[in-house]
Design a binder for this molecule. Structure first.
Ligand SMILES: Nc1ncnc2c1ncn2[C@@H]1O[C@H](COP(=O)(O)OP(=O)(O)OP(=O)(O)O)[C@@H](O)[C@H]1O
Length: 669
C-alpha cells in the first residue's frame, strides 16, 4: 500500500467513540456496561426512593407560556447553579471515595484478605498483559505496514504469521482479564452480602432498622434491594472503574514511551492533547454529574407518584382524588422535564467540544509526523503505530469520561449501601453501649423445666422509652404478674403505648429499664391487627410457623371450621398451591384475622399476645374467637379498647398519659 492509500485507510477509521467501540479490546465490556447502567437506572427509578423524602408536590404550570418562562429562568440561573453544582460534584466525588474505602476495607483487610489480594493481583497482572498485548499489536502493525509499503513479500509473510499467532493469543489474554475482573467483583459481592446479611439478621437489626433514626428522618427504605441490587451493582461498578483507570494508566505510560521513541514531539503532542481534552471534559463533566444525579431524583419522584396511586388506588378512588393526584404527578414530571432539558443542552455544548476533539485525532498526529514521512525519513509502519497509539490512549480517556458521567448513578448506589451499613452498625453499637450502661430492659425466657413453678408473665419495675428518645416514657415503673391461663386486657387511648408494651414483652424493644419474664419464644404467638400471610395457600398459612406437613388436611379443615372459615378452601379452589399466592389481596381483613386465629388452634402456644387482632371482626365472630382463646387454656395478653372484651379477661391494665397505669383484677375498677 502506498503512502496516500495508507493515510486514507487511517483517516477513514471510525470516529473516536466508534474506534473505542469497535476496535478496542474492551469494547464488549463497554457495551455490556452501558446496558448495565441502563438497567440500574431503571432499578433506581423503580424503587422511587432517591431523594423522595422532603419532596413536596408543587402546582403545575398550566400554560405553555408559563413553562417557557420558567425554562428561560433556568437558563438565567445556569451560571449561578453551575458554581454550586461543581462544588456539589466535588463533594460527591470525595464522599464516593470515602464510602468505597469503607465498603472495601473489610474485604481487603479482614479474614478474606488473602483471597481478595490474590484476585486483585491477578486482575492487575492481566490488566497489564492487556496493555502489553496492545503494545505488541502496535509493533506488529508497524512491521506489517512497513513490509507492505516496501513491497517486501518475505517480511510481509513473516509478520502475517506473527499476526495470526497474536490473533490467537490476544483473545485468551483479554478473556482471562475479563474473567479475573468479574471474579474479583463476584468475590467481593459474596463477602459483602454475607457480611451485611449477618449484621442485618442479628440483634433484630432487620426489625429495628425500619424505624432507626437517619439523617433523612426515620427508617432505612428497601433494605432488600440494598442487599441485592445495590451490593451487586456497587461491587461490579467499583471494580470496573478501578480497572478502567488502571488500564488507562498502563496504556498511557507504555504508549507514551513508544511515541517518545518514535519522535519526542509526538509524545508532547499526546500529552498536551489528552491533558487539554481531559481538563475541559472533567471541568464541564462535574456539572454533568450533578445534573444527572438530579435527573435520577426527579424521575424517581415522578415514578413514586404513580406507584403511590397504584398502591392506594382504592383510597384515592374513595376520595375522588384523581385531579389532585394527576396534578402532583404532572408536577413531578414537569421538574424531570425541565432538568432533562438542562441535561440535553449541557450535553449538546459538551458534544460540540468532544466530537471535534475526537475528529482532530485523525489530523493532529499526522500534522506532527507527516513532514518527516514525506522526507522519507520514516517508514509507513511508524505512521500506523503512531495512529494506533494515539487512538488507544485517547479511547481510554473516552472510557474514563464515559464512566465519569455515570458516576452519579454509581454514587447513589454506594451512598445507599454505605448509609445502610452505617445504620446497622450504629444499631449494634447502641445495643452494646446500652448493655454496658445497663439502660436496657432485661428479658428472661423461662425454660420448660422451670415453667411449672414460675408465673406465665412477670413484669418488674418496667419503664419503656420509644427508640431514639430518652425523654418520653410510655410506661413508668410497671409491675405485674400473670399466672398460667390468666387473661389480661390492656387498654388506653391511641398512641399511649399499648403496642409498645407488647413489643417489649415479645422482646422486640428493649429501650428503658426493668425486667420481663415469660415463656420461651417457641411457646409464644403474636397476632397483630394485620396478620402476616405467607405466599402459600390456606393450609400453609393456617399452620404457620410450623410446616404444613405437620398437620393433616382434616386437622386444618377442622381448625378453619372453628374460626368460621369452613369452605374457604373450596372457594379458593384447594387447600394447598404450587404457585405463590398473595392471600392478603384476596381475603378480607376479617378473614385474614380469623385465619390467624386458626394458627393458634393448630400451633397451640402457651402464651398468646393479641394486639387489636379482632379489630376487623363483627361482634359475633369476635365472640367466637375469644371463646376459642378461653377454651385453649393459654395465657393471653390482649390489646383493645372494646369494653365487651372485658368479659373474656381476668385482669385489666389501663395505661394513661405520662407513663401512668392501673392494674386490677376484673371487677375492681
Ligand atoms: N419506632 C418508633 N420510634 C419512635 N417512636 C415510636 C416508634 N413506634 C411507636 N412510637 C411512638 O410511641 C408511642 C406509642 O406507640 P404505640 O404504637 O405503642 O401506641 P398504641 O397505644 O398502641 O396506639 P394505637 O392504639 O393507636 O395503636 C406513639 O407516640 C408512637 O408514635
Amino acid at each position: 500500500m502506498d503512502a496516500p492509500s495508507a493515510f486514507a485507510f487511517w483517516t477513514c477509521a471510525p470516529s473516536w467513540n466508534n474506534v473505542s467501540a469497535l476496535s478496542h479490546p474492551r469494547s464488549q465490556t463497554v457495551r455490556q456496561k452501558r446496558t448495565d447502567i441502563r438497567v440500574r437506572d431503571r432499578a433506581v427509578l423503580w424503587r422511587g426512593n432517591t431523594g423522595r423524602q422532603g419532596s413536596r408536590p408543587a402546582t403545575i404550570s398550566a400554560s405553555s407560556s408559563a413553562s417557557l418562562a420558567s425554562r428561560e429562568r433556568d437558563g438565567e440561573n445556569l451560571e449561578r447553579d453551575s458554581a454550586q453544582d461543581k462544588t456539589r460534584a466535588t463533594q460527591m466525588l470525595a464522599r464516593l471515595v470515602r464510602e468505597i474505602k469503607v465498603l472495601g476495607r473489610e474485604f481487603w483487610t479482614g479474614p478474606s484478605a488473602k483471597t481478595a489480594w490474590t484476585w486483585t493481583i491477578l486482575t492487575v497482572v492481566f490488566a497489564f498483559l492487556n496493555t502489553v498485548y496492545a503494545v505488541g499489536i502496535s509493533f506488529l502493525q508497524r512491521a506489517f505496514w512497513s513490509a507492505l509499503s516496501a513491497k517486501d513479500t518475505t517480511k510481509f509473510a513473516k509478520f502475517l504469521k506473527f499476526y495470526v499467532v497474536a490473533i490467537v493469543v490476544g483473545p485468551v489474554v483479554i478473556t482471562l482479564y475479563d474473567y479475573m475482573r468479574a471474579k474479583l467483583s463476584l468475590l467481593w459481592r459474596d463477602f459483602l452480602t454475607r457480611s451485611i446479611l449477618k449484621s442485618y439478621m442479628s440483634g433484630l437489626a432487620y426489625y429495628k432498622v425500619n424505624s432507626a433514626p437517619t439523617e433523612n428522618g426515620y427508617g432505612i427504605d428497601n433494605p432488600d434491594q440494598r442487599i441485592t441490587e445495590d451490593v451487586r451493582a456497587v461491587t461490579s461498578q467499583a471494580v470496573e472503574l478501578i480497572c478502567t483507570v488502571s488500564v488507562a494508566f498502563f496504556d498511557f505510560v507504555l504508549f507514551s514511551i513508544i511515541l517518545f521513541r518514535i519522535y519526542p514531539p509526538l509524545f508532547a503532542t499526546l500529552l498536551v492533547y489528552s491533558a487539554v481534552g481531559t481538563a475541559v471534559i472533567v471541568y464541564f463533566g462535574r456539572r454533568l454529574v450533578d445534573i444527572n444525579a438530579k435527573q435520577l431524583q426527579k424521575e424517581a419522584d415522578f415514578r413514586y407518584g404513580l406507584v403511590r396511586v397504584r398502591e392506594n388506588a382504592e383510597s384515592v378512588a374513595f376520595y375522588h382524588g384523581d385531579a389532585v393526584e394527576q396534578a402532583n404527578i404532572l408536577s413531578h414530571f414537569g421538574k424531570a422535564f425541565k432538568n432533562n432539558l438542562l441535561l440535553i443542552s449541557f450535553q449538546r455544548n459538551l458534544g460540540f467540544f468532544s466530537s471535534s476533539f475526537k475528529y482532530w485525532i485523525n489530523v493532529v498526529p499526522s500534522l506532527v509526523i507527516a513532514p518527516i514521512y514525506f522526507k522519507g525519513a520514516m517508514p509507513l509502519g511508524y505512521i500506523s503505530q503512531t495512529y494506533f497509539s494515539f487512538f488507544h490512549v485517547l479511547s481510554d480517556l473516552g472510557l474514563i469520561v464515559e464512566k465519569f458521567s455515570s458516576l452519579s448513578t454509581f454514587s447513589a448506589g454506594v451512598n445507599r449501601l454505605h448509609d445502610f451499613r452505617v445504620a446497622i452498625d450504629q444499631l449494634h453499637q447502641q445495643g452494646e453501649h446500652e448493655k454496658e450502661t445497663g439502660t436496657l430492659i432485661e428479658l428472661t425466657e423461662v425454660s420448660d423445666a422451670r415453667a411449672e413453678s414460675e408465673p406465665a408473665l412477670q413484669i418488674f419495675s418496667l419503664t419503656i422509652e420509644p427508640p431514639g428518645s430518652v425523654k418520653k416514657e410510655l410506661v413508668r415503673d410497671l409491675s405485674l404478674s400473670l399466672e398460667k391461663g390468666e387473661r389480661l386486657l390492656v387498654s388506653g387511648e391511641s398512641g399511649i403505648g399499648k403496642s409498645s408494651l407488647m413489643r417489649v414483652i415479645a422482646g422486640l424493644w428493649n429501650h428503658g429499664s426493668g425486667s420481663v419474664q415469660r415463656a420461651q419464644l417457641n411457646d409464644c404467638m403474636f397476632l397483630s391487627q394485620k396478620p402476616y400471610l405467607t405466599l402459600g395457600l390456606i393450609k400453609e398459612n393456617a399452620c404457620y410457623p410450623l410446616p404444613e406437613d405437620k398437620f393433616t388436611d382434616e386437622q386444618v379443615r377442622e381448625a378453619l371450621e372453628r374460626v368460621n372459615l369452613s369452605g374457604i378452601d373450596k372457594r379458593l379452589g384447594r387447600l394447598t398451591a404450587q404457585n405463590s399466592t398473595d392471600l392478603s389481596s384476596i381475603l378480607s381483613l376479617g378473614e385474614q384475622q380469623r385465619l390467624a386465629f386458626a394458627r393458634i388452634l393448630l400451633n397451640r402456644p402457651k402464651f398468646v399476645i393479641l394486639d387489636e387482632s379482632t379489630s376487623a371482626l363483627d361482634g359475633r365472630n369476635e365472640q367466637i374467637m375469644y371463646k376459642l382463646m378461653v377454651e385453649s387454656g393459654a395465657t393471653i395478653v390482649s390489646v383493645s379498647n372494646r369494653p365487651n372484651l372485658e368479659q373474656y379477661h381476668s385482669k385489666l391494665l389501663q395505661l394513661s398519659a405520662h407513663g401512668k397505669w392501673e392494674f386490677r383484677s376484673k371487677g375492681l375498677f
